[in-house]
Design a protein around this ligand. Structure first.
Ligand code: GDP
Length: 456
């Protein structure tokens, strides 16, 4: 018999309401001991008094909802207690549940139970996690599509087709003395090609899906005082970084998140890149170099009001091979922006280098700069696209399944025995099953669910 688990389903902090959730065979009896509600009718909201076990004093008034198994999120008896959102009170109620023999839930344990009880498949459970973690409306929308079974529904006919091919080959192995007739082999090949192509089509949406879900890391680099922190603040629309005219103020890097065209951007303001004898600053400089190497996109910044220096030159050289853009800042201080851009273009001779003229102070050129960051990743191409694969695990399994099928196809071409061809096809079917969790090993499930938050 499973244990009864308890967890806070809402974030711990002061709020209007905080929800505690119990799931398991004792959920109902725990709720009855905790409250003065004698009869809890399933799927009805009951206003009840919560009581201290020892003193019987009222500790809060709460709404209790009982979801009777199997018609609940987990498929078990579930109780939801909506108390007032006081951290002290919520802790006290959870403590009482623990004293009544409930146990604190592990991260993702409610979802794991829902999976074990057939209330949802693995891809759907992962979609709930992704929905909670979504940073933009676009990624939330993709997670909901997955939650509603769109991914599983698209996979099902592929798995059915593959299974049909496997059945034909298996029975040939059992009952046909000679080789399969040529027409039948050709038919099988055609079907396998179609299956592999369809899996490939789904897998290819991952590039866009990953961008929507994880977004881009963008680092601003440049020598001290060119205006990196000012640009960082201007892009975020808040005074997050300290801006001074003293070079070397930003000694370590700052990270903040915002979005451009529904793509989550993790923006990094790095320490100015320069030779320095200051230990703290030099660590910052080293980190800046690393951030630059790890970023998806780098903004290399120059100062329009000052002459181009050797340090600038070195910075431009170091971003040369990266996805980057050169931002000439402080254009409010100069009248000759076009001339400056033309001269720089001539100097760098790199057709990959886009140049944006901006003023972090006045905001001029910022919109163009933002658009230039996401442009190389072609967001417009998938903004209206259908379902996207957003999870690296799913992508990996799709690619593996496709490879196995293509491998089997070439074995068929080489007229190898059905026995050998079948190995790859069985593997492919198993990989596809792992996406929805039918064939996922226990330890893998534990690993996946440990990425969930507690109470989910
Ligand atoms: P960082 O060291 O590269 O991060 O540079 P900061 O953002 O700290 O800016 C250095 C100095 O340049 C500060 O005094 C800013 O006010 C100034 N500054 C930054 N951006 C602009 C700009 O677009 N126009 C003007 N006129 N001053 C700027």
């Amino acid at each position: 018999m499973p244990e009864t688990i308890v967890a806070l389903a809402t974030p711990l902090g002061r709020s209007g309401i905080g929800v505690i959730r119990l799931s398991g065979p004792d959920a109902l009896s725990i709720a009855q001991k905790l409250t003065d509600a004698t009869e809890l009718k399933p799927r009805y909201a009951h206003l009840a008094e919560l009581r201290d076990l020892q003193t019987s004093d009222a500790i809060d008034e709460a709404i209790i909802t009982y979801f009777k198994a199997p018609h609940s999120f987990t498929g078990e008896d579930v109780i939801e207690i909506s108390c007032h959102g006081s951290p002290v009170l919520l802790r006290q109620v959870i403590d009482i549940c623990l004293r009544l023999d409930a146990r604190l839930a592990e991260p993702g344990e409610f979802s794991l139970r829902a999976l074990a009880n057939g209330r949802m498949n693995l891809a759907q459970a992962e979609a709930i996690r992704d929905l909670i973690d979504a940073q933009t409306t676009a990624s939330a929308r993709q997670a909901v599509r997955q939650l509603r079974g769109e991914f599983s529904n698209r996979l099902q006919p592929i798995k059915d087709d593959l299974l049909n091919v496997i059945v034909v080959l298996e029975s040939a192995l059992e009952f046909v003395e000679d080789d399969l007739p040529e027409t039948q082999t050709e038919n099988i090949k055609k079907r396998l090609e179609e299956i592999a192509a369809e899996i490939g089509r789904i897998a290819s949406t991952f590039q866009a899906g990953k961008l929507i879900r994880e977004g881009l890391t963008v680092a601003i680099v440049g020598r001290p005082n060119v205006g990196k922190s000012s640009l960082f603040n201007a892009m975020l629309g808040s005074e997050r970084a300290i801006v001074t005219e003293i070079a070397g103020t930003t000694r370590d890097q700052l990270h903040e998140k915002f979005t451009i065209d529904n793509i989550p951007i993790s923006l990094i303001d790095t320490a100015g890149l320069r030779e320095t004898s200051d230990t703290v600053e030099s660590i910052g400089v080293e980190r800046a170099r690393r951030a630059m190497a790890d970023a998806d996109f780098v903004i290399a910044m120059l100062d329009a009001s000052e002459a181009f220096t050797q340090e600038d030159e070195e910075i431009l050289e170091s971003v040369h091979a990266l996805n980057h853009l050169i931002a000439i800042n402080k254009i409010d201080k100069t009248n000759d922006v076009d001339d400056l851009v033309a001269r720089l273009q001539f100097k760098i001779q790199n057709p990959k280098s886009k140049i944006a003229a901006v003023s972090a102070k006045t905001g001029e050129g910022l919109d163009t700069l933002k658009r230039s960051i996401v442009e190389p990743f072609e967001p417009q191409e998938f903004s209206d696209a259908g379902f996207l694969v957003t999870d690296a695990r799913h992508h990996d399994l799709l690619v593996r399944a496709q490879n196995e099928i293509e491998n089997s196809l070439s074995q068929l071409e080489q007229k190898m025995s059905e026995e050998i061809v079948l190995i790859g096809l069985h593997n492919a079917l198993r990989y596809l099953g792992q996406i929805t969790g039918e064939t996922t090993a226990e330890d893998m499930l534990t690993r996946i669910f440990s990425t969930f938050c507690i109470g989910k």
